[in-house]
Design a binder for this molecule. Structure first.
Ligand code: NAI
Length: 907
């Protein structure tokens, strides 16, 4: 074919071409037009003896197939003779494949000098001699391709192969260096780490594997890397059994110590997590990029300066110990009032910021995100904890600028973790500028907010250090503002705002304020910040704060409570508003260089952190199997029935069914039908992620894309994390037929929620009717779910089962709700989704719908009394026993629950 990669007219030397990989390379090159020098010493796999037969035989094969080849019987240790043979036979040399090799495997303890030296001589010195003899011919010709045969043993190490591994990784360094030296002359060098069945591996690999790993699977890569169209150089590839992939170095982000002070072993110990952790990494591809962090750190040797107030070297980059805090609706309401929201209680658009029962549900003001971050700093300051190298008192500090970014709308309550770091220190001449970065995470570890607090430290500059970036950002354009809001602050505004945590007497105590040169207490800069942000939200987001992304502002002057704030706003783009806030009475700019950024659409909460594929199920399974989960399910601490909680494969498929039902887009995304054939005992399941709503059914589908065959016990070991899928596959215990690649799509299991998984298993075991597409029938041969007493005391499943029957009989019963409700039942814990929209296909199901308009949370006990008398909802709510998140209106129509607790199904 015209498109075939041919080697007509080229001359290739292949060392060790009498057997295995070398032979396969030689045959392919010969078949594609190259003239081949088939070198082979013809000794044993351990380097003993010699014979011409191996090389001669391969030459015959090439010739028989119509190719051109010559045999050479020298050892690679006499590589110059091999090259001479090529030149005298064919007059040139284009490719050299260094392939000859032997093994002298033995544990290091038993290794002799001969074992060590012989391996070195054949692999390293042999490659050196042959390559060195060919090198200048290639350079002079301005063309050449050289290949080195390395090994996974060299890359990863392998027992009994200290000599071999050393030599093999040595070849990688050899190849990398020649790649650099040869590049300009078009002499390109690469290394491969092959896996193939050959006489060399027949003693270490099982026969079936030897047969499957044919050398012919490796050779195409060798041929391509040698072809003139391939420009790859300095690469290292793992290849074998159909897999071909390039390797590269990965380096931990590491830790950079300032050089102006000694680095101690303790400092290494303290930073070992970053030094050895791979959470953040780089991939240096050459010495220059490898040296980059070292070279950029060298200037720190002379120190970054400072003075008696700030030692920049010590303070810069300091990370405070992690801090935690929490907030709830009350904190949000107090903050909202503190920054002037709902000044007019009849303003329906402000009410959701302060009233948790307002129609659309409670909403957090985005600038609240600064409050927990700042409060953590106040807490540290109160405890006298400052970053090392900071030797100034709070009396020198002025809040200069603030940046607050939120990653998604703030939840109405949360437990938070904060990481604080001294991000920058600048020398502004007389004063210093210190920027502290605070990153705030929610309970799941997802980043929720990021704050940068810029403080002016009066009189702390002047050491001749970096001045920092220009401060002339976010200046308003030269035109009339696109929107202006004028709002008077209250006389007691600062007293209200300080309830959010900034207790500095400067904002409350007249004498204290006077001592600082103010006629009376001043308003907190962050209070005006909150006012200004509200003005932007009101003007450009119809008072809906959910698309708010960030705000940056400089505090230019003080505000006195009672003064009138005027915020002038310029819409620079759909997502960017520049603004300035003045005090009307004194015509003074109090917030300058300020801008708000908006999201184009409301950002969503990230899906729960993924765990490894089997681990997701494993977590749930082991949790379910543990006494703790069992006790939870039973509502008691008694766990003597733990054995009955050993999950079965039927449990696991029920968990998967539940997951499919709750993950709406999964079918469209995966588009594959999997059949699982379990053996001993036998059972078959079809996991349909292709048709309609998808699901899990017992039995095999007619048309499966992938079929996986595995023993029940191995399946359980795999899903409980005790066995590795890949190992099972390679060990022949997991058979995959059909579209093998599509089996990769099973990684969706990684996203399964362990808690939901546990609920499903507990529900199955408790005899509660599983919801949704959970298995209609379990295969007769699969283990029968134990009739555990574990969940007997959980009454909510029966209650919701009764509700399902009721709604089936009276579809219009819950019409007045008209939305989706999550009901989170506690003690024992269960979750239910009530889809009460007209015509909903599945009005009652287990789990949690992230899109639900409202979530009710209450104890089972209270749920039962609520069912007896739904009018108790208000009472339960007022006593904190019923929690309502989201649209409260949906929670006011619970009449459809009435009497459910007395239905016979419950008793
Ligand atoms: P093989 O034993 O089938 O072939 C090696 C050939 O090299 C033999 O024909 C042998 O006579 C020849 N040879 C040995 N010493 C020689 C010398 N001093 N001068 C000239 N020829 C000599 O082994 P296989 O598996 O084909 O190995 C080829 C290369 O691939 C070797 O470098 C080996 O280390 C490497 N390799 C092979 C792996 C595998 O899974 N087969 C794994 C990793 C690396």
């Amino acid at each position: 074919m015209a498109n075939d990669l041919r080697f007509d007219g080229r001359v290739v030397i292949i060392t060790g071409a009498g057997n295995g990989l070398g032979r396969s390379h030689a045959l392919l090159f010969g078949a594609r037009g190259a003239r081949v020098v088939v070198n082979d010493l013809g000794g044993s796999a351990h380097g003993a003896g010699k014979s011409a037969a191996a090389a001669d035989q391969v030459v015959q094969e090439i010739k028989a197939a119509g190719g051109e080849a010559v045999a050479n019987h020298d050892s690679v240790e006499d590589g110059d003779k091999i090259v001479q043979c090529a030149l005298s036979s064919f007059g040139r040399i284009d490719f050299l494949v260094n392939n000859a090799g032997i093994l002298r495997d033995t544990s290091f303890q038993k290794m002799t000098d001969e074992d060590w030296d012989l391996i070195y001589r054949v692999h390293v010195r042999g490659a050196y001699k042959t390559t060195h003899a060919a090198w200048n011919h290639m350079r002079d010709a301005g063309y050449g391709r050289i290949l080195f045969t390395a090994s996974a043993a060299g890359i990863y190490g392998n027992f009994g192969q200290a000599n071999y591994a050393t030599a093999k990784l040595g070849l990688v360094g050899f190849s990398n260096t020649l790649a650099i030296e040869g590049r300009k002359k078009n002499v390109l060098c690469n290394a491969i780490a092959p896996v193939a069945g050959s006489r060399m591996t027949e003693t270490v690999l099982p026969k079936e594997l030897i047969d499957a790993l044919r050398p012919e699977f490796v050779t195409p890569l060798v041929a391509y890397l040698c072809h003139e169209s391939c420009k790859e150089t300095g690469g290292l590839f793992e290849v074998g059994g159909g897999f071909v992939g390039k390797l590269r170095w990965e380096r931990a982000k590491g830790h950079t110590f300032r050089l102006s002070r000694p680095i101690s072993p303790e400092a290494i110990r303290d930073h070992f997590g970053e030094i050895a952790g791979f959470a953040e990494t780089t991939h240096p591809a050459d010495i220059t990029s490898s040296m980059q962090p070292i070279l950029t750190n060298l200037p720190t040797a002379k120190g970054r300066g400072g003075n008696e107030l700030i030692d920049v070297d010590e303070a810069l980059g300091y990370e405070f110990p992690e801090q935690s805090s929490s907030y709830d609706e009350r904190d949000l309401s107090i903050y909202a009032l503190g920054v002037g929201a709902a000044h007019d209680p009849s303003d329906a658009k402000d009410l959701p910021l302060v009233y948790e029962l307002s129609g659309e549900g409670f909403r957090a003001l985005p600038t609240f995100a600064v409050v927990p971050a700042l409060n953590v700093i106040f807490k540290l300051a109160k405890e006298g904890r400052q970053a090392p190298g900071m030797h100034y008192g709070l009396d020198r500090v002025l809040h200069g600028e603030q940046y607050t970014e939120i990653k998604r709308p703030l939840p109405t309550h949360a437990k938070l973790t904060h990481k604080l770091r001294v991000k920058d220190i600048f020398d502004k001449g007389k004063n210093a500028l210190v920027i502290t970065a605070i990153t705030t995470y929610d309970e799941s570890g997802e980043e929720l907010a990021y704050n940068e607090l810029t403080t002016f430290v009066r009189g702390a500059g002047g050491w001749g250090g970096e001045r920092g970036p220009s401060s002339d950002v976010n200046t308003p354009p030269d035109r009339a503002p696109d929107a202006t809001i004028t709002e008077k602050t209250r006389l007691d505004q600062a007293l209200l705002y300080r309830l959010s945590g900034d207790w500095n007497p400067l904002h409350a105590d007249p004498a204290f304020a006077q001592a600082f040169g103010f006629p009376r207490p001043i308003l907190h800069g962050l209070c005006s910040y909150g006012f200004a942000a509200r003005h932007v939200i009101r003007s450009f987001c119809d008072n809906d704060p959910r698309t708010f992304k960030s705000i940056k502002a400089r505090f230019a002057d003080s505000v006195f409570p009672g003064e009138t704030l005027v915020t002038e706003m310029w819409k620079e783009s759909d997502t960017r508003i520049v603004f300035r806030t003045k005090v009307l009475e004194r015509d003074k700019v109090v917030i300058s260089n300020a801008a708000v950024e908006l999201y184009k659409e409301v950002p969503r909460q990230r899906a729960k952190a993924a765990v490894s594929a089997p681990a997701a199920v494993a977590t749930s399974v082991s949790a379910a199997a543990s006494g703790e989960a069992q006790a939870k399910a039973k509502g008691s601490a008694d766990s003597k029935d733990a054995v009955s909680f050993q999950p079965t494969s039927a449990d696991i498929f029920a968990v998967i069914a539940d997951h499919i039902q709750r993950t709406q887009d999964i079918v469209a995304r995966i588009g594959t039908t999997f059949v699982f054939k379990l053996t001993s005992p036998e059972s078959i399941y079809t996991l349909d992620l292709k048709n309609g709503a998808g699901g899990v059914t017992p039995g095999a589908a007619d048309k499966a894309d992938v079929t996986l065959e595995i023993a029940d016990a191995d399946f359980m070991a795999m899903t409980s994390g005790k066995a590795d899928a890949q190992k099972l596959y390679f060990g022949g215990k997991l058979k995959i037929s059909g579209n093998v690649m599509a089996s990769q799509k099973l990684t969706f299991l990684q996203k399964m929620d362990p808690e939901a998984a546990m609920r499903v298993i507990v529900a199955r075991r408790g005899g509660a009717s599983p919801t949704g597409p959970a298995l209609a029938t379990t295969p007769a041969s699969s283990s029968t779910p134990a009739p555990a007493a574990a969940a007997k005391e959980a009454r909510s499943p029966a209650l919701f089962g009764a509700l399902r029957d009721r709604l089936a009989k009276n579809p219009g019963l819950a019409a007045e709700v008209g939305g989706v409700l999550n009901v989170q039942v506690k003690s024992p814990d269960r979750g239910y989704v009530l889809d009460l929209r007209p015509g909903a296909a599945n009005p009652v199901s287990e789990g949690q719908d992230p899109q639900a308009a409202t979530t009710l949370t209450l104890a089972e006990e209270d749920l039962l009394s609520l069912c007896q008398d739904p009018s108790q909802a208000h009472d339960l709510f007022m006593h904190g026993k019923l929690r309502v998140d989201g649209d409260v209106r949906l929670a006011t129509h619970l009449g459809f629950l009435k009497g459910l607790a007395q239905t016979p199904t419950v008793s």
